[in-house]
Ligand binder design. Structure first.
Ligand SMILES: [Ca+2]
Ligand SMILES: [Ca+2]
Length: 297
C-alpha cells in the first residue's frame, strides 16, 4: 500500500477504487504537501506578525492603562491637593485668628490685672483712711465724753469739782513721775498749779480720785504731790497760794514728821481707813505723780 504522508487516516477504499484519483490524490497530496509548506511558512510569518502586533498592542495597552491610571490618579489627587491646600490655608488662617484672639486675651488679662492691682492699692489706701478715721472717731468720742463729763468747763482729761478742774498726772502717764518742783512746773505749763485743798469736799474728792492710781505695792510710793511745803520755814506748812495750814486734820497720824530733817514737801496718799487722813511730808526730790488744779471755764 502506497503511503500517503499528507492524509494519514484517509479511507483506503476511496483511493483504491479510483487509482486516477489515487494518483491525483497522491499528486494532489504532494502538491498540497508542497504548497502547504508555504502556507505553513506564511502562517508562521503571519503568527509572528500577529505576535508582534499582539505584543505591540499589549505594550501599548499597558502604556495606555498606565497613562489612564496616571490620569485617573492625577484626576483623583488634583481635587484632594486643592482641598488639602485650601484646608491648610484655612488652618493657617484659623491659627492666625487664634493667635490674635490669644494676644487680645493676654492684653485683656494684663489690663485686668493692672486694674485689680490699682483697685487693690485704692482699697488699701481706703482701708488706711478708714483706720485713720476710726482712730480720729475714737479720739473725738473720748473728747466728747470728757467734754460731756466736765460740761466743757475743763480741758480733755481733766476732772471737775464745782468750779475747779483737776489734772491727775497718772491718767496721762502712769510711768512718768517727777519731783515736787518739776511737778509744779508741769502744772504751771498747763496753766494751773499744784492743787491747794481748800475744803473737806475737795479733800475727799482728791483722796477718792487717786484710789486706784497705783504703780507699786509700796503704799508710800503711790503718793501725789500737792501744793503745800514747809521749805521756807520748817514746821510751818504753807500752801502755794501763801495760805498757811493752821490745823493738822488732813495729815496722817504721825505726819508730818520731817523724817531725817529732809521732808519739806506735801504728798497725798489714798487711805482705805479714812479720806481725811491722807497727807504726809516727804523729800521734795522724790519722784511722785502730781495733782494740778485750775479754775474751770
Ligand atoms: Ca519739813
Ligand atoms: Ca514724813
Amino acid at each position: 500500500m502506497e503511503k500517503v504522508s499528507f492524509v494519514r487516516n484517509a479511507p483506503q477504499v476511496f483511493f483504491n477504487s479510483a487509482g486516477y484519483f489515487k494518483s491525483r490524490y497522491k499528486t494532489f497530496g504532494k502538491a498540497v504537501y508542497g504548497s502547504n509548506r508555504w502556507v505553513l511558512l506564511c502562517l508562521g510569518l503571519l503568527n509572528v506578525v500577529l505576535l508582534i502586533v499582539a505584543v505591540s498592542l499589549g505594550i501599548k495597552c499597558a502604556k495606555v492603562k498606565e497613562s489612564s491610571i496616571h490620569v485617573t490618579h492625577s484626576s483623583a489627587t488634583q481635587p484632594t491637593s486643592e482641598y488639602l491646600h485650601d484646608n491648610h490655608s484655612n488652618v493657617i488662617e484659623a491659627g492666625e485668628n487664634l493667635k490674635k484672639t490669644l494676644e487680645t486675651a493676654i492684653k485683656n488679662h494684663t489690663l485686668l490685672k493692672e486694674q485689680i492691682e490699682q483697685k487693690k492699692s485704692i482699697n488699701d489706701e481706703n482701708q488706711r483712711q478708714v483706720e485713720t478715721l476710726r482712730t480720729e472717731k475714737t479720739n473725738l468720742q473720748a473728747n466728747i465724753s470728757a467734754l460731756e463729763g466736765t460740761c466743757g468747763k475743763c480741758l480733755p482729761g481733766w476732772n471737775i469739782l464745782n468750779s475747779s478742774c483737776y489734772f491727775f498726772s497718772y491718767l496721762e502717764s502712769s510711768a512718768v513721775k517727777k519731783n515736787w518742783a518739776d511737778s509744779r512746773a508741769d502744772c504751771v505749763r498747763r496753766g494751773a498749779d499744784l492743787v491747794v485743798i481748800d475744803t473737806p469736799e475737795e479733800q475727799k474728792f482728791v483722796s477718792d480720785s487717786i484710789q486706784n492710781m497705783k504703780t507699786t505695792t509700796n503704799r508710800w510710793g503711790n503718793g501725789f504731790w500737792i501744793g503745800i511745803t514747809d521749805v521756807h520755814s520748817e514746821g510751818t506748812w504753807t500752801w502755794i497760794n501763801n495760805v498757811t495750814m493752821l490745823d493738822r486734820r488732813y495729815w496722817m497720824d504721825g505726819e508730818p514728821n520731817n523724817r531725817g530733817q529732809k521732808e519739806d514737801c506735801g504728798v497725798i496718799l489714798y487711805s482705805s481707813i479714812s479720806p481725811w487722813k491722807t497727807m504726809f511730808d516727804g523729800p521734795c526730790h522724790y519722784p511722785y505723780h502730781w495733782v494740778c488744779k485750775m479754775d474751770s471755764r
